[in-house]
Design a protein around this ligand. Structure first.
Ligand code: ADP
Ligand code: MG
Length: 413
């Protein structure tokens, strides 16, 4: 038995080493969105070939190997196609190394079919949930095998079966931790590079934007003067369009500057209830223009720490989006209340067009806009401001039904 366990350990080392090589040298370059992550599959193939051609023997008749690990990993990290490719590879290798091909085929067909729902569940959990899910799933194999052996009255390998399953499970868990941790690091690195790029670009652009604003203001002034002259109807129209477009450009620049502005201002205590009221008042005429009713339910004397203008900008941006999502005839519900956990929840709900899941993911990334004249900066600014205040924005949406923005802001102690 000792010898068998030793050779099992050899498998463990081989598998861990293979995965490590993949993670270190190939993972970062392989795109996640690819339909088959071919390099990952290739590494799984190497593991399958090794573990199936050099199985661990116990009493010279019982064979143990790690093919289940390779199959599980192919499904989890390679995608469904890689999983089934690994399954086919398993059958091909099995044809050369295993005498009981039919049993292998039967067992692993069931195994793969059960793995499918587990795979889709898997990616929803955090690392601990993942480990628990896979452990439960994997234990299915030794348990069914154990029951089967008990029925056959074969007790000789029970102990070894138990210890080998534990070794395999431990390997699997170690690999999951290894992959998840390294993936997390890679993501963090990419995020860091991205924000660093954004920083430089936004600093440069902020100074340019600032320079553009001044000449634009004088152009707008002269346009307005010109409007007062005796002009033909057409000329009047051209000028008013020009002014509108200038205003639009101005708004883009303002939003942009808000985004890139260095944050040095001191926070102060603000009366959130009245800020919400003011924001609603500001947007009131825009709402009426689109025949939209705003209903509100705001608790009195809510207080937070922050900058009044900033939080007002957040509220106006979100309410404006809600109005634009409805287009015409609809209702917006605004509520604010203090939670038991020290946060103030502001909800802004509309019954507008709503969003698809895909759109929901892109929401808040700079320049993402579905509007013809949109800037796609409004929500980016909101996210940044709220994050800085130690709060959070959550968005729920259903296509054609409406969208609900929830702002959670830390209440003043
Ligand atoms: P903009 O309003 O200039 O397009 P935003 O950053 O404010 O930029 O919003 C980005 C996009 O998010 C919008 O173009 C719109 O598609 C979507 N969006 C925002 N709020 C809502 C909402 N309440 N309902 C539906 N879609 C919304
Ligand atoms: Mg907007």
């Amino acid at each position: 038995m000792w010898e068998s366990i030793q050779s099992m350990c050899l498998h463990v080392v081989f598998i861990l080493f293979t995965i490590l090589i993949y993670q270190v040298f190939f993972n970062e370059r392989e795109e996640k969105r690819k339909r088959i992550r071919s390099k990952f599959f290739l590494f799984m193939l190497i593991i399958l070939i090794f573990t199936m051609s050099q199985p661990v023997y116990y009493f010279d008749i019982y064979k143990y190997d790690f093919k289940a690990v390779a199959i599980i990993l192919s499904f989890l990290y390679g995608g469904k196609r890689a999983g089934f490719a690994a399954f086919l590879a398993l059958l091909v290798i099995g044809a050369f190394t295993d005498q009981k091909l039919l049993i292998l085929f039967g067992n692993y067909t069931v195994f793969c079919l059960l793995l499918l729902p587990v795979t889709s569940l898997y990616h929803r959990y955090r690392i601990k949930g993942k480990v628990i899910l896979i452990s439960l799933f994997y234990m299915m194999i030794p348990i069914t095998r154990g029951i089967f052996l008990q029925i056959k009255g074969d007790n000789r390998q029970t102990l070894f079966e138990l210890s080998s399953s534990l070794i395999i499970l431990a390997t699997l868990i170690a690999i999951i931790y290894l992959i998840e941790n390294m993936n997390e690091q890679i993501e963090m690195k990419q995020e860091l590079i991205r924000t660093e790029k954004m920083n430089v670009v936004s600093q440069l652009a902020a100074s340019v934007a600032h320079e553009i604003r001044n000449p634009m203001t004088s152009v707008r002034g002269f346009m307005q003067l010109m409007q007062k002259e005796e002009l033909t109807k057409e000329q009047q129209l051209y000028i008013s369009i020009s002014i509108e477009e200038l205003d639009r450009a101005q708004e883009i620049i303002n939003q942009y500057l808000a985004l890139a502005k260095p944050q040095t201002n001191q926070y102060e205590t603000i009366d959130l209830t009245s800020v919400i009221q003011q924001s609603i008042d500001v947007m009131h005429s825009y709402a009426i223009l689109n025949s939209i009713q705003i209903t509100q339910q705001v608790e009195p004397s809510l207080e937070i720490e922050g900058l009044k203008l900033e939080i007002q900008q957040v509220l106006i941006n979100i309410i404006k989006n809600a109005i634009e999502a409805i287009k015409s005839e609809g209702e917006i519900w605004i509520s604010a209340a203090k939670n038991s956990n020290g946060f103030i929840s502001i909800k802004i709900k509309d019954n507008g067009v709503g969003l698809t899941e895909d759109q929901l993911k892109k929401l808040g990334s700079p320049y993402y806009s579905t509007k013809e004249k949109g800037t796609g900066l409004g929500l980016t600014v909101c996210h940044q401001i709220v994050k800085q205040m130690g709060g959070q924005i959550m968005i729920k949406s259903e296509l054609k039904k409406g969208t609900c923005f929830t702002l959670n802001l830390p209440s003043k102690k």
